[in-house]
Design a protein around this ligand. Structure first.
Ligand code: FAD
Ligand code: NAD
Length: 406
């Protein structure tokens, strides 16, 4: 009898954790596991704001897949998924095709642009290692031009960030640390540089603890970050952005516009004909797609309703990893013709967001508020815990964050 074929798409938090857990649960000759990913590395999306600002090198953020996945048990295919045909049980890749008995879709997120004019062409987005590296280099190059161009080209040293959600806030927190270094490097007075966060809604970090939001904004303002709240970005151009303030349109001239105002599921899911809610697959309790008993969806491509609030759980690495554990277990049951499928239940361990070096805010253990150095240590502990879970002590020592004091 042939082994069942399990194909896992995407080596993000969801795909990697599913693969690592599942490979430990099954024997070498029991099942054919294939993991497909665009790159031969996994990256921690949760650190990309640091790579983008240039406060952390991207090599610390990425992990070679071969260092974590057991290639005796898993066939790794470096390729780009183009579409899925769930009826025919096939996946179309850029360079081939795969058949499956069981599929896990973990293709992650895309930046949401909401159809805003000029965004695709003129904004940079924090969404993967390549983009993060580009943002870092782009900002640095513009700083290096400042003393070489005639006239006062303040647009070269103005950085505008669209969105004050967690991504936007964490990114400006890093920029506030990076800008003084860039000023020193390129002989630019710090007071000439502007970091402007433009937020459409009535507050930064909507829905988060108000006291901590105020703390974050005060700390960032003290480091020179400007906030334009209640100010949607209407358009991005080659020369800057158009925002709307009190019903009036205004232009902010900048050559550095970073869009961090929301995410959506990888569009391959919807384009492949899965039934979607807000672009995501609203999975059953056991993490399977509603119409297919052999398709699981994990992470930012999956939607799970929080019954208490009547709204979906936000897409986070935390929930993706928890989902992956259930999927690995359920896959093992299915390939062994078992019937003990587990149901997913989110265990909210809290949220911690960094505000740059040695500063952060968070709510953990239910309602315990943290801020400042304590929160920044907690953030590193969370990051390190992930590395330990994924690749054990070896990976933790190689990629972990241990600079608690400087
Ligand atoms: P991803 O981690 O996005 O991985 C998707 C994978 O699929 C990638 O490896 C990608 O290369 C691959 N892929 C995509 N398309 C294709 C294709 N067509 N073919 C082949 N491979 C493909 N969440 C938290 O819980 N805590 C945090 O502190 C936190 N910080 C964040 C900071 C930033 C800057 C950002 C942007 C997000 C943050 N999040 C955080 C959210 C979190 O990163 C995401 O929810 C999480 O990455 C989702 O995991 P995933 O496995 O669904 O997808
Ligand atoms: P988000 O949707 O949480 O925030 C986007 C922000 O952009 C919102 O405040 C929104 O009002 C604003 N916005 C939308 N359109 C705008 C416009 N036209 N002009 C100006 N502002 C506009 O998105 P995110 O911050 O990218 O986060 C994505 C997911 O990742 C969330 O689930 C978040 O919880 C998670 N995340 C978590 C952490 C953490 O836990 N530390 C860090 C980063 C991201």
């Amino acid at each position: 009898m042939k082994n069942p074929k399990v194909v896992i798409l995407g080596a993000g938090y969801g795909g990697m954790m599913t693969t690592v857990k599942f490979q430990k649960m099954v024997g070498t000759n029991e099942v054919d596991i294939t993991l497909v990913n665009k790159h031969d590395y996994h990256y921690q999306t949760t650190w990309l704001h640091e790579n983008s600002a240039g406060t952390l090198h991207h090599d610390q953020t990425r992990i070679q897949i071969k260092d974590v996945v057991d290639f005796n048990k898993v066939n790794f295919v470096q390729d780009t998924v183009q579409s899925i045909d769930p009826k025919a049980q096939k996946v179309q890749l850029e360079n081939g095709e795969l058949e499956y008995d069981y599929l896990v879709i973990g293709l992650g997120f895309e930046t949401a642009t909401f159809g805003i004019k000029g965004l695709e062409e003129n904004a940079l987005m924090i969404s993967n290692i390549n983009n993060a590296r580009l943002i870092r280099e782009h900002i640095e190059y513009n700083f290096s031009r400042y003393n070489n161009e005639p006239g006062e080209r303040d647009d070269l040293i103005t950085i505008a960030v669209g969105g004050a959600g967690f991504t936007g806030i964490e990114f400006v927190g890093e920029l506030a640390n990076r800008v003084p270094e860039l000023c020193k490097e390129y002989d630019i007075p710090r007071e000439k540089v502007r970091i402007i966060t433009v937020e459409a809604g009535p507050t930064a970090l909507a829905g988060f603890d108000e006291e901590l939001v105020e703390y974050a904004m005060n700390r960032l303002e003290a480091k020179g970050v400007e906030f334009l709240i209640g100010t949607p970005v209407k358009e991005a151009t080659e020369d800057g952005i158009i925002v709307e303030k009190d019903g009036q349109e205004e232009e902010i001239k900048t050559k550095n516009f970073i869009w961090a105002a929301g995410v959506k599921a990888n569009s391959i899911v919807q384009e492949s004909g899965f039934e979607v809610n807000r672009g995501k697959v609203e999975v059953r309790d056991d993490m399977r797609a509603p119409d297919y008993d052999n398709v699981f969806v994990v992470g930012d491509c999956a939607l799970i309703m929080n019954e208490e609030t009547g709204r979906p759980y936000p897409p986070t690495a935390q929930i993706a990893m928890q989902e992956a554990e259930v999927i690995a277990h359920n896959l093992k049951e299915l390939v062994r013709d078992g019937s003990e499928l587990e149901s997913f239940e989110f265990n909210n361990r809290g949220t911690v967001a960094s505000l740059g070096q040695r500063d952060a805010i968070g709510v953990v253990f239910g309602d315990k508020k943290l801020y400042g150095w304590t929160a920044s240590v907690m953030k590193k502990v969370i990051d390190n815990r992930y590395l330990l879970k994924l690749g054990g002590m070896g990976l933790l020592l190689k990629k972990g964050k241990f600079k608690f004091f400087h």
